[in-house]
Design a protein around this ligand. Structure first.
Ligand SMILES: Nc1ncnc2c1ncn2[C@@H]1O[C@H](COP(=O)(O)OP(=O)(O)O)[C@@H](O)[C@H]1O
Ligand SMILES: [Mg+2]
Length: 290
């Protein structure tokens, strides 16, 4: 197994984390399952990983880890906890930051509090090689703020026609607001890998033609009953069934994630939370049609 570190060092010799948002057009396509298990697989590839649960309506990273957070980002925003205090260590070596509902209202309303979050984020983001953000589905302002705060975006798609058309709508908006984002597509719940590949080729063809951009193929994850069994057992499938087909598929995707071009310098427009806040205040989805 490769032990190559993917992160780069900036002029102050700090690691620059790769910040990756996982999203989709439609809910229930497997974002959380993918995020949690990919976080574990990246950590097995020697990456120090933080996973942020930014699905503010249906956040359930904690459920998949079988842990319950004592505090969330809301406690930080209210000033009763520091950001570092709410980061939960999971038994699997991956750290976890629960956002949960209410966050967006506060981020929108209280600038000085958010500023202190962004400052705190500046302190600890360099502890990680990869920060994975499990976002909500669909093109709401809150989801898009978390998605557009970064330039590496994984869109999870299933063969279901509504998942495909909603994913296209999502990619279109990402491209409209962030035309230099790297967008990786992962085909989930497919019968076999070939179906996943042809789903990617079809989607990429349409994206090439109508949006004049290209997607990166992350890979396919087959529809695997062992995923469902693990979710019911509240244990990541990587731990419960490490040799299952879905895990082997996700191992390949993790290696591809590490091959994405890395950022060489700290972005000039502030850190991740600064950008989420800026997007939240400036996004105007009116007139955006799918
Ligand atoms: N590859 C897969 N094979 C079988 N079931 C899957 C697979 N990926 C996800 N699921 C199941 O689909 C459901 C929704 O997954 P989840 O990760 O919660 O989706 P999302 O976060 O996109 O809403 C869960 O019950 C999960 O176990
Ligand atoms: Mg989810």
């Amino acid at each position: 197994m490769s032990s190559t570190k993917n992160n780069t060092l900036n002029s102050n010799q700090k690691k620059i984390p790769q910040i990756i948002a996982v999203t989709s057009g439609k809910g229930g396509v497997g974002k959380t399952n993918f995020s949690v298990n990919t976080a574990l697989l990246l950590s097995k590839l020697n990456q120090k990983v933080l996973i942020i649960d930014a699905d503010i309506h249906l956040g359930n990273v904690d459920v998949m880890f079988g842990i319950s957070p004592d505090f969330t980002l809301v406690d930080v925003l209210h000033g009763s906890k520091s950001l570092k205090e709410i980061i939960k260590k999971t038994p699997y070596g991956v750290d976890f930051l629960p956002a949960t509902s209410g966050v967006m209202d506060i981020i929108e309303g209280e600038d000085n509090i958010v500023l202190s979050i962004a400052q705190a984020f500046n302190e600890f983001q360099y502890d990680y090689d990869v920060i994975l953000i499990d976002t909500g589905a669909g093109v709401s302002i809150s989801t898009l703020s978390f998605v557009l705060g970064t330039d590496k975006i994984i869109v999870v798609v299933t063969p279901d026609p509504s998942s495909i058309s909603d994913a296209y709508a999502m990619i279109k908006i990402i491209n409209q607001y962030h035309d230099d984002a790297q967008i990786m597509m992962v085909a989930n719940k497919v019968r076999n890998e070939e179906i996943g590949e042809s789903l990617f080729y079809k989607m990429n063809l349409i994206v090439n033609k109508f949006l004049n951009t290209s997607l990166i193929f992350g890979g396919s994850i087959i529809d695997d009953t062992q995923v469902l069994a693990s979710v019911h057992a509240q244990q990541p499938v990587v731990i419960r069934y490490p040799r299952s087909k879905a895990v082997i598929n996700m191992q390949l995707i993790s290696r591809r994630i590490l091959k994405l071009p890395v950022r060489k310098s700290i972005p000039k427009d502030g850190n991740y939370f600064d950008r989420v806040r800026e997007k939240l205040n400036n996004l105007d989805l009116e007139g955006t049609s799918a």
